[in-house]
Design a protein around this ligand. Structure first.
Ligand code: ADP
Length: 326
């Protein structure tokens, strides 16, 4: 189970941190993937763009290979019982632990005028989204590690208090470290809303991709053979490892090690490889977005599957808590 908020254009971080695994996991597991529209209200209360954003996130995931016939692919707000589970979990979540969450502290800093209770309890709603399907594996990027730890705590707390209902959820990346795709300026991670010129979006056209990649931070090259790479150079190589062929990567690694590297050439190559990767996805997204009837059918089909799974869990939850008086 996993989700992505409809708060803007999807980017390479979303793809390599999350969606790439959705596409693999749908072949191996019973999967639930959602557009986290309710979560977006914690920071984006203005809903003028919401419908268009929800459609775009649906289309972008499908264009990347998510198959709505294999995985349940739905909107969070179409599963009303999640709100009920969120309420029960809120009674087991403590103010102190919620206030310590890194993402909460970040959001307080970036939106000091809107520190609402939904923002504080974001990890509780996220836990409800996950455990309502009694999910075990949650494909997410590295930025979500702390939230998953909290989800594990809340699920265990429920089991401890009311009896075993939930498996322990954990972040999942096929036994590999969780991924963090860095921004092109080396100052943080690629993100939907911040750092837009340093983030590569799946909607970027070829020229914009070239422009962004050519502006990636580099320097005049290593001063001695086999030097360690500064972070921002490692970042450029990391991006190259995501989209370029093995022999291309080996060539530039060797050039770096023997001090003959030309970053201009590396960035030109990286830009072309990025374009090869992004352009076909962008074209598919545009085609899918034109077919509103198809998107509606995807949402209905996904909601039906997800509601069935949620209803079964909620019966267990109410029984375990003791909310059964007949
Ligand atoms: P937010 O709502 O905080 O913007 P997202 O909707 O962007 O979160 O996150 C969707 C998924 O993409 C999550 O699994 C998250 O871990 C992943 N993700 C987001 N940015 C990156 C990144 N730069 N590198 C790796 N994974 C990322």
């Amino acid at each position: 189970m996993s989700g992505i908020r409809p708060t803007g254009l999807l980017h390479l971080g979303n793809y390599f941190g999350a969606i790439r695994n959705y596409v693999k996991m749908q072949e191996d597991f019973e999967c639930y993937f959602m557009v986290a529209d309710l979560h977006s209200l914690t920071t984006h209360p203005d809903t003028k763009e919401l419908k268009a954003n929800v459609h775009r996130v649906l289309a972008e995931n499908i264009a990347c290979g998510l198959d709505p016939d294999k995985a349940a692919f739905y909107c969070q707000s179409h599963i009303h019982e999640t709100a009920e589970l969120y309420l029960y979990l809120n009674m087991m979540a403590y103010k102190g632990e919620l206030e310590k969450t890194a993402t909460f502290k970040d959001k307080v800093r970036s939106h000091p005028d809107n520190v609402n209770a939904g923002l504080l309890t974001y990890p509780v709603l996220q836990t409800a989204d996950i455990i309502i399907h009694r999910a075990k594996y949650v494909p997410v990027g590295k930025d979500q590690e702390q939230h998953l730890e909290m989800a594990r705590n809340f699920a265990n707390r429920f089991n401890h208090r009311y009896g075993e209902v939930f498996p322990e959820p954990s972040a999942f990346n096929y036994n590999q470290d969780l991924v963090k795709v860095p921004s092109l300026d080396g100052t943080g991670k690629m993100s939907k809303s911040e750092n837009q010129m340093a983030t590569l979006y799946l909607a970027d056209d070829d020229e914009l991709i070239r422009k962004k990649v050519m502006k990636a931070k580099t320097d005049s090259g290593p001063g001695a053979n086999n030097s360690p790479k500064p972070d921002y150079i490692e970042n450029v190589f990391l991006l190259m490892r995501l989209v370029s062929a093995d022999d291309v990567i080996r060539k530039f690694e060797a050039d770096y090690d023997n001090c003959s590297i030309r970053y201009g050439d590396l960035k030109k190559q990286l830009a072309e490889d990025m374009i090869q990767f992004i352009a076909p996805i962008r074209q598919k997204v545009n085609a899918i977005l034109e077919d509103e009837k198809y998107l509606r059918q995807v949402m209905e089909q996904g909601a039906e599957k997800a509601n069935r799974s949620a209803a079964a869990t909620m019966q267990l939850v109410r029984d375990a808590i003791g909310l059964n008086y007949y």
